[in-house]
Design a protein. Structure first.
Length: 375
């Protein structure tokens, strides 16, 4: 049920959000602040998690989803995803699959490698995952979902959590009922992305569905979906009573938003945006770190779509993105980023066409011409 302090805040137009920054526990794992980096395929690798830990300082970091079947077959690419360090703790490792025994095996491996939390993916709507009976497809197979959770909970001592969509479709919004059963099996927290699997990322997240699951269980509930600004996180917590918020796409190229949200929940103030110098430093640190694992050219290629997001909204960013898309070396990335000019504003909450924050700059480096021909 909604906590009394949250309900009191809801009834007061002049309430401050200071009481919304309360830490919470997932099993014995202390989550402080109640801001969590979402698992994102091809994004939340070790390099990005370390940037987020250093800059955004969230209460919990999540790996990208790990295929338990690929791990079972000793995929080298999958094993490289076990690239975390102590700097990323506490860490939740997200697993996807549909075979209970193989899910349990992957959970044990992850625990042995130092995972603090094991998260079961019941939210991925991508067809290649759902065709395996994994991800959000488990929402359509109640019996299999129960068997998978039983197997994983039995296999490990660390807390097990589940990240879910609100249902497979508007005709199958079954997560509150399923969550009640999974809680009885030992699941220690739930994250709800407030869209159905059939929606993908289309339409708006229906936060009332987070409230429904919060009312159904006693374990912590984390809200996810359409958090683009610190104000969105506060509204979600006020409207749903959720214990924490999970930030996904808005953090790509903007790890500062994690710190911004935590600060806003704590004191009700917006922090100034990072300087362009800080953004350059973060972008370069990101690609250099990833190059340690992937090698230079592969790291640069992998981040071609992500690095420009560190500079979204800057005049000339389109030209910069075009240059980055042809880069093959870190030195070339450095050369391109040297063209970015400092921001002129201290705070700008404008949003782009996709609804995510953009920042303004003093002059356009595009006026000088570019230096060379999503997630």
């Amino acid at each position: 049920m909604v906590h009394e302090d949250i309900q009191s805040t809801l009834s007061s137009d002049n309430a401050t959000p200071s009481n919304l920054a309360k830490p919470f526990y997932i099993g014995e794992v202390y989550v402080n602040p109640p801001v969590i980096l979402a698992p994102m395929a091809d994004v939340t690798n070790g390099a990005f998690r370390r940037i987020c830990a250093k800059i955004g300082k969230p209460g919990l970091l999540c790996t990208e989803q790990i295929s338990t079947m690929a791990l079972h077959h000793a995929s080298e690419r999958t094993r490289k995803m076990f690239d975390w360090t102590d700097a990323e703790k506490p860490l939740s490792v997200q697993l996807f699959g549909s075979d209970p025994a193989i899910m349990a095996e992957a959970a044990r491996i992850s625990e042995e490698r130092g995972a603090n939390i094991l998260d079961i993916n019941m939210g991925c709507w991508v067809p290649k995952v759902c065709r395996q009976g994994a991800g959000a497809a488990l929402l359509r197979d109640h019996s299999l979902a129960i068997r998978v959770v039983k197997a994983v909970v039995k296999a490990v001592k660390v807390p097990v959590t589940v990240k879910m969509r609100a249902g497979w479709s508007q005709d199958l919004l079954n997560t509150p009922e399923l969550a009640k059963e999974l809680e009885q099996l030992g699941v220690r927290a739930f994250t709800l992305h407030a869209r159905t699997a059939q929606q993908g990322f289309n339409g708006e997240a229906d936060w009332s569905l987070i409230r429904h699951i919060k009312d159904a269980v006693d374990t912590p509930v984390i809200g996810n979906g359409d958090i683009r600004l610190p104000q969105d996180a506060r509204r979600m917590m006020l409207e749903t009573g959720c214990d924490g918020v999970m930030v996904g796409r808005a953090a790509i190229g903007n790890p500062w938003i994690l710190k911004d949200i935590a600060h806003y929940l704590a004191v009700g103030e917006l922090l100034p945006p990072p300087s362009v110098s800080e953004r350059k430093q973060a972008a370069l640190e990101h690609v250099r770190d990833l190059a340690e694992l992937y090698g230079e050219e592969r790291a640069v290629r992998h981040l071609r779509a992500q690095l420009p997001r560190y500079f979204r909204g800057l005049p000339g960013a389109v030209h910069m993105r075009m240059d980055v898309m042809t880069a093959l070396t870190i030195s070339r990335i450095e050369e391109i980023l040297d063209n970015v000019l400092p921001c002129s504003r201290t705070r700008d909450d404008e949003t782009g066409e996709d609804g995510y924050p953009v920042f303004q700059a003093a002059n356009s480096f595009a006026d000088r011409g570019s230096s060379s021909g999503s997630h």
